[in-house]
Design a protein around this ligand. Structure first.
Ligand SMILES: CC(C)(COP(=O)(O)OP(=O)(O)OC[C@H]1O[C@@H](n2cnc3c(N)ncnc32)[C@H](O)[C@@H]1OP(=O)(O)O)[C@@H](O)C(=O)NCCC(=O)NCCS
Length: 132
């Protein structure tokens, strides 16, 4: 998350805030967490959630929020399985479409998501405003 939103400071405090925010969506039944384990040891996880909007919507949208696999367990299909299970869970909750954000340089993740059928639907653009 700190890399995707580079203006958010990678502080302990922010990490704690993010964890509380994620926990809150889980508690309210709007978020889901899948953990991959090797024995009892967690080796990867994926969080997802249902979009919560104040506006009326024609369909339920969901998102893949965080995905991580420990380096020594990568390349074995764990990341793909975590995302696939999260998508199944979202679908079971009535979600029609899932979205996610990924840095375009993150080739491993982009390839994984493409293999699962994700396509670009939007280009995020930015510009520094020094010259204005
Ligand atoms: C991205 C990440 C979760 C992938 O986890 P993983 O368990 O290694 O992925 P999988 O083994 O399930 O790979 C699934 C597919 O993704 C692609 N892929 C995964 N790692 C790749 C790599 N290093 N290079 C190229 N393609 C890769 C492959 O197409 C692979 O399918 P294939 O094995 O049939 O070729 C893992 O690298 C990670 O934790 N990275 C750091 C955190 C991160 O970037 N998270 C995503 C944020 S949006």
């Amino acid at each position: 998350m700190f890399k995707i939103e580079r203006f958010i400071l990678p502080s302990e405090e922010n990490a704690d805030k993010w964890i509380s925010f994620t926990r809150d969506t889980l508690v309210r039944g709007k978020g889901f967490l899948f953990v991959a384990k090797n024995g009892n040891k967690p080796i990867g996880f994926c969080t997802s959630s249902i979009f919560e909007m104040p506006l009326e919507a024609s369909e339920l949208m969901g998102s893949i929020n965080d995905l991580y696999v420990l380096p020594e367990f990568r390349g074995r299909g764990i990341g793909r399985k975590l995302v696939a299970e999260s998508l199944k869970k979202l679908k079971a909750q009535g979600v029609n479409t899932a979205r996610l954000n990924v840095l375009k340089e993150n080739r491993a993740a982009v390839k994984l998501y493409r293999k699962l059928g994700f396509k670009i639907y939007n280009y995020g653009m930015e510009k520094t405003l020094e010259e204005f």
